[in-house]
Design a protein. Structure first.
Length: 170
């Protein structure tokens, strides 16, 4: 009688050990999977989404500044035209025209020398770190390349600037 109880106890101990090992392995596997997922998300943010977001924010800030400056110049110009009164707008116009032209030239240079290189840098990050991008993000790569290529052609006069709005590039 004593012997039957000992045998049954050994089997239940073995079954309990197997169940415990299975649960332990399952939990360790889940923890490791979660750690790998967290590491991948961190890598995505640090190497792909973070740099792209920073470049996008810089482009946006510079573009908004351009609009802000242009609006200020326009407002000042209109105000001075009104103050000049009848017959004198040409004098005011001649004075402000050089400032307006300098601002336009400066904005064109900023676009060519700062913004376009930043767009090209975005393409490089996309190309080099594509494996970090979510599938729905990858669909934007084509649009970015197209945008940059069209503007590159416009900037070297291989495509008329009037063509850009016709295909949705502004």
């Amino acid at each position: 009688m004593l012997r039957a109880t000992q045998t049954t106890g050994r089997y239940s101990d073995k079954a309990g050990g197997w169940i415990g090992a299975f649960i332990n392995n399952w939990m360790v596997g889940r923890r490791e999977t979660a750690a790998r997922t967290d590491q991948f998300r961190k890598q995505q943010l640090e190497q792909f989404y973070g740099p792209l977001l920073a470049m996008h924010k810089e482009i946006r800030a510079r573009s908004e500044l351009r609009v802000k400056l242009q609006n200020a110049i326009d407002t000042l110009y209109i105000r001075e035209m009104w103050r000049a009164g009848p017959g004198k707008p040409v004098e005011v116009s001649d004075e402000r025209l050089s400032a307006i032209m300098k601002n336009l030239q400066d904005e064109n240079e900023t676009f060519k020398e700062v913004l376009m290189p930043r767009y090209r840098e975005m393409i490089n990050v996309f190309r080099e770190k594509m494996w970090l991008a979510d599938p729905q993000t990858r669909t934007f790569f084509r649009d970015l390349v197209e945008f940059v290529d069209v503007w590159d052609k416009i900037l070297v006069n291989k495509l008329p600037s009037s063509f850009a709005p016709a295909i949705g590039h502004t």
